[in-house]
Design a protein around this ligand. Sequence first.
Ligand SMILES: [Zn+2]
Ligand SMILES: [Zn+2]
Length: 173
Amino acid sequence: MRSNPANRSGLALNVGFLLNEGVGHSSLFTVDEPAPDLDAELQLSQLAGSVQLTRTPQGLYVAGRLQAAHTAECVRCLAPVPVTLEADIAELYSLAADADSEFTISDSAQLDLAPLVRELLVLDKPAHPLCRADCKGLCPQCGINLNEETCSCTAETLDPRLAPLSRLKTKHD
Ligand SMILES: [Zn+2]
Ligand SMILES: [Zn+2]
């Protein structure tokens, strides 16, 4: 195993030695970043895993999986929800900027995984994170967390307010 050289995001790999190898040669890079700085919108506390880089005629084929620790927010009660985001990587980084590949290796032989990993992690974010499957959420009227307390809002106000509305609706229909 070869550890990647130090750099700001921890995801810009120096691949010069690999580019000098013949097609089919590969090398494993490990990633272990305690505080990855990928995106201000995506707070991560850990990013770890490994990727295999294989020399191809076009450049380098990157395959592997990285896992990131992320804190989401419960959509019902706003409590923090720890989730693990995964980036399943299978991408060709080409040498020539005009190639079909979306990702290229820089002239200084750096392969920056950050844009791809950011994209994959964002896609893996849960759309509706819940602190628990049966989260009761916040009371829409008084705002208390119904997982921790109970209030009398629902019983007192919902029926009388909604009843006239539903009668109106029936008349118009
Ligand atoms: Zn919740
Ligand atoms: Zn309430």
